[in-house]
Design a protein around this ligand. Sequence first.
Ligand code: PD2
Ligand code: ZN
Length: 294
Amino acid sequence: MSTLDSGLRAWIHNNLDRGCTPESMVEAMVVAGHARAFAWQAVPTVIAERRQSIAGNDMPASALASRARVPEPLPVPTEAFVETSDRRVRVVMALNLPRVIVFADVLSAEECDELIRLSAVKLQRSRIVDPATGAESEHDERTSHGTYFLLKENPLVATIDRRLSELMRWPVENGEGLQILHYTKGGEYKPHFDYFSPTDPGSGAHISKGGNRVGTMVIYLSDVEAGGTTVFPDAGIHVTPVKGNAVFFSYDTPTPASLTLHGGAPVERGEKWIATKWVREHAYTDPDAIDEPR
Ligand code: PD2
Ligand code: ZN
C-alpha cells in the first residue's frame, strides 16, 4: 500500500514548483503504480499543506487556527435524500475535503425557467471585488451577465430561499440575495474563492455585514451542451451542469487550505444559467445590496 512519505512529498512539491496540474501529477502517479484514489488523496493533501504554510506567513494565526461553524446539509452521510418542507432533494455525491455535495432536483424545470424569465430582463455585465479596495468592477476573469434578487423578493424567490435554507440547515437570514448568472459561448468565471480573505484591505467592509461567507450553493438553471462545468482545480472535481441540480460547498477557514478554489469553465456549446446562494456566518445585515464574489 502506498504512503505519503517524504520522497513522494518532495516529488509533488517539485512538480507544483514546475507548474504541473494536480491532474497531470495524479496520472503520473497512476503510471508509476499508485492507486488512483491514493493519488487523489496525496496530491491535494500536499497542496493544502503547502498553501497553509504559504498563507500562514501573512495570515493572522487566528484565521487559520479557528474554524468557523459551517452549513452541513448531510448530518447523516448515508442519507440518499434530504427532505425539505416542500421538496425531496436527491444526493448525487459527497466529498469531505473539500466539503462538496452535489444534489439533484433542487429546483423543478418550471422553477428554473421562471427564474430565467424574471432575470433575463434585468441582466447586467458581472463585476468582481477588488481585494485591495473592496470596490466592484468589470473584469475579464468573469465574462458573464447577471442580476440578483433581494431575499424573499417575490413568492418564487421566497420559496427557493426557504428551501435552500432548509437544505443547508442554515438560517435564511444568513443568506445573501439569490444571484443569477448567464454565460454565453466562451463565457467563464476564472478560479477564485468565494470567501473574503481577512488579509485583503478591501475585505473588512464586506465581512462587517454578517461575517464572512462560509458556504455556497450553485444551482444549474439550464443544461449546457459542452463546457461550463464548475471546476475545483485543487481537488480535481468537475461538476457537469444539469438543469435543477446544484453543487454545494463550505469553507471553515477563509484560506486556500479549504481547497475550495473553484471556477466556471468556458461554455463551449449552448448557454449556461445558474443561481448562486452565498451564506454568511451570521445574519446578513445588508439585504439591499449584494457582495460580488472575489
Ligand atoms: O458558474 C459557475 O459554475 C460558478 C463557478 C464559480 C459560479 C460561481 N463560482 C459563483 O457563483 O460563485
Ligand atoms: Zn464562486
